[in-house]
Design a protein around this ligand. Structure first.
Ligand code: PLP
Length: 398
């Protein structure tokens, strides 16, 4: 099989796995044990990883809080900031194309007396600095944006939006689960206050992540969401997942080193796939932004090719469809809908996620398989040979 679903998860890089191994067995200590060498070794490894994570985004170690993944980081950032700053205001701003971790945290905050503005994204998945500026109110405390959309890869104009947030004294949280290590992200160059990171989207292990919390200009306060022994400077209690954290640190160090070459390689492979599909097939449309996009992302809709049957025919490929992946339901993706893609075309969409171990041979093979199957499905519907789904009302749509 060919794995092209790197937005869902990535394999652990063998170098990461190797770095983690001793921390399951030899160095099994609790990083909070202050009285013996087992604890010191674990603590030393955690602090080294903290610096590695910070290094990837231009932060300092003290600004990194370890969590169980980006879902937890996002919950801590949004609920933690909303609660800590509630006396200053109870209004938050986000978009309608966010990850469920953000949308559901926001929905929860709405039940707690907070007000949320959901900005509509444009047909490429972007919000403009002007839109954000217009949404800010005197009682706005936080803006949350997804940088590197997990479905269509769209990147946001963070530098401009961060600058205007800071001007108004509003915090900016960024869900960078997909973007960290894939595109440059620097909290000294961009005024970001909170950044959510996930290890398993970055060739690290599942179940570990980090939240960057700005310490200076401004010093961000968070109400902890997990209470206990006061780990992570009181922001996130719970015994640290030392092997996982070591893995996240190593994954960040590798990503930092390889980003410049790897992002070019992935972009070329991604463009090669798109070229192959659009050269062979009419009725293929790109979803997302043509250039401001994660290098390994390709999301395309195929007119007049039943999405469900197309997915079912791609047995050798691990890819995702444009139907909601979070549930068993066949709702069209809320992200594609937010971009204005019709429910029909959303169902007939495929998300290709290329990764570190994807080869040119795999891309050529994947393209050939998809082309063959789309042509076969369209041939079964001779009434719409051009690939217009509206040309044949009898076509089943997902
Ligand atoms: C995967 C993902 C998350 C959730 O991260 P976990 O570490 O799996 O909890 C959040 N946001 C985006 C954009 C993601 O891709």
């Amino acid at each position: 099989m060919i794995y092209l679903d790197h937005h869902a998860t990535t394999p652990v890089d063998p170098r990461v796995f190797e770095a983690m191994q001793p921390y399951f067995t030899t160095h099994f200590g609790n990083a909070a044990s202050r009285n013996h060498a087992y604890g010191w070794a674990a603590d030393h490894a955690v602090e080294r990883a903290r610096d590695q994570v910070a290094g990837l985004i231009g932060a300092i170690g003290k600004e990194i809080v370890f969590t169980s993944g980006a879902t937890e980081s996002i919950n801590l950032a949004l609920k933690g900031a909303a609660m800590a700053y509630a006396s200053a205001g109870r209004h938050l701003v986000t978009t309608n194309a966010e990850h469920p971790a953000t949308l559901d945290s926001m929905a929860f905050l709405e039940t707690q007396g907070f007000e949320v503005t959901y900005l509509p994204v444009d047909e490429t998945g972007r919000v403009s600095p002007e839109q954000v500026a217009a949404a800010l109110r005197p009682d706005t405390v936080l803006v949350s944006l997804l940088h590197g959309n997990n479905e269509v890869g769209t990147l946001q104009p963070l530098a401009e939006i961060g600058a205007l947030c800071h001007e108004k004294g509003v915090l900016l949280h960024v869900d960078a689960a997909q973007a960290t290590g894939k595109v440059p992200l620097d909290v000294t160059a961009m005024p970001l206050d909170l950044v959510s990171i996930s290890a398993h989207k970055l060739y690290g292990p599942k179940g570990v992540g980090a939240l960057y919390v700005r310490r200076k200009g401004p010093r961000v306060r968070l109400e902890p969401q997990m209470h206990g022994g006061g780990h992570e400077r009181g922001m996130r209690s719970g015994t640290l997942n030392v092997p996982g954290i070591v893995g996240l640190g190593e994954a960040c160090a590798i990503a930092q080193q390889e980003l410049p070459t790897e992002s070019v390689r992935l972009r070329e492979l991604r463009d090669r796939l798109y070229q192959a599909l659009t050269t062979a097939l009419p009725g293929v449309t790109l979803n997302g932004h043509p250039t401001e996009r994660l290098p390994g992302n390709l999301n395309v809709s195929f007119a007049a090719a039943n999405g469900q049957r197309l997915m079912a025919s791609l047995k050798e490929l691990a890819v995702s469809s444009g139907s909601a992946c979070t549930t068993a339901s066949l709702e069209p993706s809320h992200v594609l809908r937010a971009l204005g893609v019709s429910p029909e075309l959303a169902h007939n969409s495929l998300r290709f996620g290329l990764g570190r171990f994807t080869t040119a041979e795999e891309i050529d093979r994947a393209a050939a398989i998809v082309i063959e199957q789309v042509q076969r499905l369209r041939a079964e519907h001779p009434l719409s040979p051009t690939g217009d789904p509206h040309a044949d009302p009898a076509l089943p749509h997902g």
